[in-house]
Design a protein around this ligand. Sequence first.
Ligand SMILES: [Zn+2]
Length: 463
Amino acid sequence: MLRLFNTLTRRKEEFVPLNPPNVGFYSCGPTVYNFIHIGNLRTFMFEDILRRYLKFKGYKVKQLMNITDIDDKTIKGSIEAGVPLNEYTKQYIEAFFEDIKMLSIEPVEIYPRATEHIEDMAKLVKILLDKGYAYESEGSIYFDVAKFENYGALSGIKPESSQLQARIDHDEYEKQDVRDFALWKGPREGEPSWDTEVGPGRPGWHIECSAMSMKYLGETFDIHTGGVDNMFPHHENEIAQSTAATGKPLARYWLHSGYLLMDKAKMAKSLGNTFTLREIVKSGYSPRQIRYFMISAHYRKQLSFSLDALDQAAASLARLDEFVRNLRSATCSDSGDTRVEDAAANCEREFEEAMDDDLNISKGLGALFTFVRAANEGINEGHLSESGRKRVEGLLKRINSVIGVIELAEGDDTPDDIRELVEKRMQARERGDWAAADQIRDELKAKGIVIEDTKDGFRIKHI
Ligand SMILES: [Zn+2]
């Protein structure tokens, strides 16, 4: 039974989707005004682990991650660079996709772009105007926080009477500072503007996520995620806008990941203490090591970035790699000792139990390393059978479907009948029966498999 910590209720709850086995899942995506830093990537990594684990549990995930390609920051950037907005954001959108690919973050189902959904946003603003939750002032349209009784339910930040009727134009504002926020910003010199049913202008940042999430996932969906800094005002405002418009809750489970810290401070562009993925890779760490570092702590905990921590992650990964090599090169025997299989079964159970508990990955990885120790011992003492090896390969593959850091060399997803043929060919070669070996090679070729002999053995290639 999967339990997740729901920020909305402040406790761990059993996860029950609205329409099993389907899960509707929305993640606030990047604002493409610069290269994203690894603090942002930590959030995307947490969302990737959640997504992969939902699939591990058998759910069918439909996940959206928006691309904020219009907001205060992108507009400011494009003006400073002297290029049109779409040209300015294009390079950072490309860089974002490169970064997540490098880190083995699975692509989600839909990446809606804000600039391609302006009509949907205007429509939602119109509903809020009609229902009396929004008002116009000097060409812009604001959400009337005082009209929405439940404001603050997510973050616990409630408006004080002195803050009511005060308006704010910026997309981002300070903690505790509850204001009527801009849903729609009237045209301004040098800013892109669209003609819509609520007049000319452009959307505020918060309305973008409300409009796009509901368009693709329905008025109420299962999971909404983001970094903890999105909780207020962004997510609070998303809830206010959506619920005011539909009378329904927007998402049922709200999950937030903790900060990545740099010298004990939150890593943030505005603080100037950020690193990009590219910078760290340039200093000699592989994306796989960086991924391992970022997933190895529980997502709600703050994680401190340091080279020491990266080195530790690299060392842990090296142990996993060594284990895979040991497993693959071991000579199998049927000693009748099942300790390796037993350890694999234990590990699989413990990993799932840990992850079921609000994605307790540190405990899950702990189970994996306990297994690796026991299995290495079993292998070194000659207690690995052929079926045991298959069992362990299966275990690694299953765990890796969630953590995505173990390098399971080519051929790991080779079907059993192919694997058997490959083994038969190997045996034929060992006893010098070249004719039989060649015949099997042709048989494999007919199935689209080419065997390349190398100095360390052979390699299976799919053609
Ligand atoms: Zn958002």
